[in-house]
Design a protein around this ligand. Structure first.
Ligand code: 5GP
Ligand code: MG
Length: 175
């Protein structure tokens, strides 16, 4: 595995994105909705960088996938806060094809929020299949499969402090 972004680089990038978010909302109260499970580490770090009125909820978006290919998406919002009349910021780990975020935003928009913006840790170069841009992006990365800092491969590696590239050899030894 090779390190793409170190713990220190991740911390700096998240702090930078937090400043942009704070500047964008000024004194307006914000409701953050983290997309489980990949956003957990980002969510924990990001919210502690935001010195403002803040509510935090989560929803789960999962696709029937194993490994690196995606399947049909299901969204479970049973654990989410009420969002009607609120400014919502959706927080996710990575903007890859973009389908997940587009579907999550569409679902939230049905619940009559005041606004919905999106923040992602990573945007993968050359992969997007949707006409949609996240409002806040901490890092643009090349088209490689990454794990760590919340991102998994087959439910492993989420706890790694660095963001690392999973090489084909690592993928083959799926344990
Ligand atoms: P989408 O293609 O819908 O933008 O991204 C869907 C999901 O695929 C992401 O939330 C993330 O869980 C997963 N994903 C996409 N690219 C990667 C990657 O490089 N590494 C990992 N671990 N997950 C990824
Ligand atoms: Mg995800």
């Amino acid at each position: 595995m090779k390190t793409l972004l170190s713990e220190e680089e991740l911390e700096a990038g998240v702090a930078r994105m937090a400043s942009e978010i704070a500047a964008s909302y000024r004194e307006r109260p914000l409701t953050i909705v983290g997309v489980l499970t990949g956003s957990i580490v980002l969510l924990a770090d990001l919210i502690r960088q935001l010195d403002m009125s803040l509510r935090v909820g989560v929803l789960q978006a999962s696709s029937y996938r194993s490994g690196t290919t995606r399947g049909e998406l299901t969204i479970n919002s049973e654990m989410m806060l009420d969002v009607a009349g609120r400014d919502i910021l959706v927080v996710d780990d990575i903007f890859d094809t973009g389908h997940t975020l587009v579907e999550v935003v569409a679902k939230l928009n049905e619940l009559a929020p005041t606004s919905v913006k999106t923040a992602v840790l990573l945007r993968k170069h050359g992969r997007q299949e949707v006409d949609f841009r996240p409002d806040f992006v901490a890092f643009d990365i090349p088209d490689e499969f990454v794990v760590g800092y919340g991102l998994d491969y087959a439910d492993q590696y989420r706890h790694l402090r660095d963001l690392v590239v999973l090489e084909p050899d690592d993928l083959a030894s799926d344990k």
